[in-house]
Design a protein around this ligand. Structure first.
Ligand SMILES: *Cc1c(COP(=O)(O)O)cnc(C)c1O
Length: 382
């Protein structure tokens, strides 16, 4: 089956009990045993639940993975991957990663004896230089938030493997529709399914995908042992969202290209950051490693905080909010939102200036979205 078919059918055969076409919400904790030591099928819903199993199978199929595990949030999925580490282990991470991931690294795992090094994700040789004998894991996020830098998955996988480390890739921004890092050498892919996979800004969730049986067994053990599992209703919402992933991603991207090209051609805008633009420094890598460029577009206004404030107040369709990946368009201000806890010097060093805005381009009519950007730029230019 191809992608759009799998999104609708994988893991989702007719319900064996009733013939229901749609996977039911199995809102149950426990299941009957046929005899001593013989559960009928499922036992207890922390360990496994049929609605969750359908979601896990569908996600695995979309990432071309053997195994999939669903979690109650993207952060729970990140935590489950980190559970593979022991005190004394070392992680090399690209420096542009989700703020919550950085917080979990530094505030939870570092005090427990895991150490972290951060490198420029655009330079594969920087990963090689940072690897140590005790490096167990290399962590990447590509494209990265909010400046859309790319990591060369194949190159970094080869570097990690040559030194006996595993590669984990957070694939949230691209979604499996545009990028499948396992096929490029990553050992683990994870998602905040809260974003494109569920797609409607109405459910928090996460997932871990892998082809490695040992990793799967360990992460599944942790999923059951620590228990950060999604409820059946949440799994059902994610399955419902997934059915339209292919059509949504195509429209998200078409709209994002229009916005990126419009902004790039506008003299009121200082710079546009989008992997789909030939001006993006890694445009060639994007074409090689992705099947599309995604729908996050960042840009810089010359007038700093004052102009940014005008812009977000004037924007009508682009709602001023955190998060991304829903059908509705959003604008966020990384310097005060996702990266607000960094010092101004740290932000400057990684290129997040006061004038930087990030769009999560939705699937509304592109002409309406463009008119909104145009009028917001006009009011903020006053
Ligand atoms: C949102 C996000 C997360 C965290 O996911 P939650 O579902 O909010 O817990 C992790 N990584 C990336 C890239 C994200 O965008």
């Amino acid at each position: 089956m191809r992608f759009a078919t799998k999104a609708i059918r994988a893991g989702q055969g007719a319900d064996p009990a009733t013939g229901s076409i749609i996977v039911p919400i199995y809102q149950t904790v426990n299941y009957i045993f046929d005899d001593i030591g013989r559960p009928h099928n499922f036992e207890y819903s922390r360990s496994a639940n049929p609605t969750r199993s359908a979601l896990e199978q569908c996600l695995a199929s979309l990432e071309e993975a053997k195994y999939g595990l669903a979690f109650s949030s993207g952060m729970a999925a990140v935590d489950a991957v980190l559970s593979l580490l022991r005190p004394g282990d070392h992680v090399v991470s690209s420096e542009h990663i989700y703020g919550g991931t950085f917080r979990l690294f530094e505030k939870v795992y570092a005090p427990r004896g895991v150490s972290f090094s951060y490198v420029d994700g655009t330079a594969p040789e920087a990963f090689a230089a940072a690897l140590r004998p005790e490096t167990r894991l290399v962590w990447i996020e590509t494209p990265a938030n909010p400046l859309l830098q790319l990591v060369d998955v194949e190159a970094v996988a080869a570097i990690a493997h040559a030194r006996g480390a595993r590669l984990a890739a957070d694939n949230t921004f691209a979604s499996p529709y545009f990028q499948r890092p396992l096929a490029q050498g990553a050992d683990i892919v994870l998602h905040s399914t809260t974003k494109y996979i569920s797609g409607h800004s109405d459910v928090i969730g996460g997932a871990v995908l892998t082809n490695d049986t040992q990793i799967f067994e360990q992460v599944r053990f942790y999923q059951n042992a620590a228990g950060a599992v999604p409820g059946p209703q949440d799994c059902w919402l994610s399955l419902r969202g997934l059915k339209t992933l292919a059509v949504r991603m195509r429209q998200h991207e078409a709209n994002a290209r229009r916005m990126a090209e419009f902004l790039a051609g506008d003299r009121r805008v200082e710079e546009v950051l989008y992997p789909g633009l030939p001006s993006h420094p890694q445009h060639e890598l994007a074409k090689r490693q992705m099947d599309g460029f995604g729908a996050i577009v960042s840009f810089r206004l010359p007038g700093g905080l004052a102009q940014v404030r005008w812009f977000i107040q004037a924007a009508r369709l682009f709602l001023f909010a955190e998060s991304l990946g829903g059908v509705e368009s959003l604008v966020c201000h990384p310097a005060t939102m996702s990266h607000g806890t960094l010092t101004p010097a740290e932000r400057e060093r990684i290129g997040i200036r006061d004038g930087t805005l990030r769009l999560s381009v939705g699937i509304e009519d592109a002409d309406d979205l463009m008119e909104d950007l145009d009028q917001a730029l006009a009011s903020s230019g006053k």
